[in-house]
Structure formats: C-alpha cells, structure tokens
Design a protein around this ligand. Structure first.
Ligand SMILES: Cc1cc2nc3c(=O)[nH]c(=O)nc-3n(C[C@H](O)[C@H](O)[C@H](O)COP(=O)(O)OP(=O)(O)OC[C@H]3O[C@@H](n4cnc5c(N)ncnc54)[C@H](O)[C@@H]3O)c2cc1C
Length: 309
C-alpha cells in the first residue's frame, strides 16, 4: 500500500514528489510515456526562475527528478491504465498490475491540438511552435513576419503577445470573425501590427527542404484560392487536450476536459488531488505547474495526517 502515488513526471509531478518525499511519504511517481513531461521536448527554457542564462528543458527535468529522488521518491517508468476511485484505498491499474494507495496526485498534463500536417511535425522547433510565451522572444522571431493560427482567446492572446517582437502578425482563422471574447477580439482587431486572414486554413508549412519555416500556404475556404504568406514562425493556437480521459465520469471535468478541483487542489473524491496543466486551462507554464504540484503535495500530506490522527 502506497501513501501517495503521483501520476505524471512533469513539473507538477516532480514538484509534488519533492514535497511529499521531504514529508517522508516515499511517493511513487509513475512517469507515463513521457518521462520528465512536456518540457523535455523543448531546448532552452528562459523563464523558469533561478536560471539567469536559461536551462535546457531536459536538464531541468532531470534535475527535478534527482532532487525528488534524493529525499526518497520512487520513480517508475509506467503508465496508469485504469483507476477505481470509488473506495478506500484507491485502486490503480499500472501497466496491467494493481497498485493500492491512500492518496493520489493527478499531474498528467495537457497536449497541444495539432493541425495534422506532415510539415508541421517536421518543422516543430524550427519555426513551428505552440506557445508564444515560451518561444516568442527567441531571436529567430524578432522583427520578422509571424503567423498565428486560431480564432479563440488563446490565439488572440498569442497574437497580441507576439506584436512585441514581430514586424507583423498574421492571424489565420477559418471563420470570418473571432471566437475570442469580445474584449480580446476588439484589442486584436484594433492592433496596427495584427492582420487577420479570414476564412482561411493552413494547408502547408514551408519549407521542409530548407529545414526551417519560411512561410505558410493558405487556402480560402470560401473561394478555394491558395496563397502563400511569408513568415519565420507559425504559432499554432487551436486548443489543448488535457490528459484526463481516465477520470471522465468519476471526477469533475469542464467542457474542454480540464479537471476542476472542488477546493484548492482537492477533488470531490477524498485523497485525490490535481496539479499542473491537466487542471489549468489558463496559464500552462512550467512554474505554475510546479506551484500547483507543491499545493497538491501539501494538501495530500494534510489529508494523510488527518487519516493517521
Ligand atoms: C515545446 C514546448 C515548449 C515549452 N516551453 C516552455 C517554457 O519555455 N516555459 C514554460 O514555463 N513552459 C513551457 N512549456 C509548457 C510546459 O512544458 C508545461 O506547462 C509543463 O510541462 C506542464 O507541466 P505538467 O507537469 O502539468 O505536465 P507535463 O509536463 O505535460 O507532464 C505530464 C506527465 O504526465 C504523464 N502522464 C500522462 N498520462 C499518464 C498516465 N495515464 N499515467 C502516468 N503518467 C501519465 C506524462 O508522461 C508526463 O510525464 C512548453 C511546452 C512545450 C510543448
């Protein structure tokens, strides 16, 4: 029987592991298929506090793992396939084997929705990105034409943020008006550096043969006309998919699938806590995920102390 199982090994999971390990709870961290989480897929992280010169994403996550292990966290390369949160103890199926635990911290993260183009995958990190806050300030995007794909609040925010760096931001949306909230839409449309490209979808990202982004091919969905827009960066903001399918029907999810805690990091099931991007539809940053991991760990610790006492 485990005291705490942590699902996920991103910033949220490893921070929860560090705190629960330092509380002598010997947490079991189940890494899932992406040990170290999303940050391991990026190069330099420039906005995690404490690293004035930036730090490689993989190295940052390796350090987080080592820090948690130093205090007794057990890290296992394994995935939770099923959960039964209906009784006490909580029961998990982990790579086919049963695991019982008194408490569970869910830190399974969220993936980006992709356009689904082959060139998108081939040019990821070579100009194709999913996070303006993370990548917008990189030298390759400064004073260059940039493209944002999407029409919701995230796309609007990305476009506005990128106006600080870009020569022009072209916002490509498949409809003829933004889905974003009215205030965001007004700000975007009034901005002199943002040019909306309505009724249009990206059909190709150029140029795989040069191994970098040089432009996008766009099709107008009303006229079927194809055109090319020059740019050095494509910021795709068409939504996220939280990794929460296992909890559908058991825990509260919002309409996009994000876990909704009932108080702080606690869910409606005693002993089950949430942290990081799987329950954060707003910020989705490494440092916020880490902060939520800390909060979930402290709550789990108090919950377990209550059981013992
Ligand atoms: C390319 C890129 C660059 C980024 N750059 C920055 C940046 O510069 N600065 C910044 O602050 N943020 C950045 N981010 C965002 C940052 O990576 C996330 O906000 C952060 O990783 C969220 O941490 P998390 O722990 O919530 O989730 P994640 O890092 O997504 O980790 C989720 C974990 O859950 C595991 N998991 C999922 N399902 C299961 C399961 N069933 N069982 C067990 N484990 C499971 C996964 O294997 C993974 O280990 C970037 C994101 C990307 C994609």
């Amino acid at each position: 029987m485990e005291h705490v199982v942590i699902m996920g090994s991103g910033c949220a999971g490893y921070t929860a592991a560090l705190y629960t390990a330092r509380a002598n709870l010997n947490p079991l961290v189940l890494t899932g298929i992406l040990p170290g989480g999303l940050l391991t897929t990026t190069s330099t992280v420039e906005n995690f506090p404490g690293f004035p010169d930036g730090i490689d994403g993989y190295e940052l996550m390796t350090r987080m793992q080592q820090q948690a292990e130093r205090f007794g966290a057990k890290v296992k390369f394994a995935t939770v396939d099923a959960v039964d949160l209906g009784g006490s103890p909580l029961r998990l199926t982990v790579d086919g084997d049963p695991v019982e635990t008194r408490s569970l911290i869910i830190a399974t993260g969220a993936g980006h929705r992709h356009l689904g183009l082959e060139s998108e995958g081939q040019l990821e990190k070579k100009g194709v990105t999913y996070c303006a806050t993370c990548d917008g300030a990189l030298p390759m995007f400064r004073n260059q034409p940039l493209v944002v794909v999407g029409g919701g609040d995230s796309a609007a925010e990305e476009a506005l943020y990128l106006t600080r760096f870009a020569s022009v931001v072209r916002l490509i949306h498949r409809r003829d008006e933004l889905r974003a909230s009215r205030i965001m839409a007004e700000r975007v449309l009034a901005h002199p550096k943002i040019e909306p490209v309505w009724d249009s979808v990206v059909t190709e990202i150029l140029d795989v043969s040069q191994d970098k982004v040089t432009g996008v091919q766009v099709r107008n969905v009303k006229t079927n006309e194809e055109s090319t827009l020059d740019c050095t960066g494509v910021f795709i903001a068409i939504g996220h998919v939280p990794n929460t399918q296992l909890f559908r029907g058991t825990l509260d999810l919002d309409e996009q699938g994000y876990l909704v805690p009932s108080r702080g990091a606690a869910t409606k099931v005693p002993g089950v806590f949430v942290a990081g991007d799987c329950s954060d539809r707003v910020y989705r940053q490494a440092v916020t995920a880490a902060g939520m991991g800390c909060a979930a760990a402290i709550e789990a610790e108090r919950y377990l102390a209550g059981l013992a006492g």
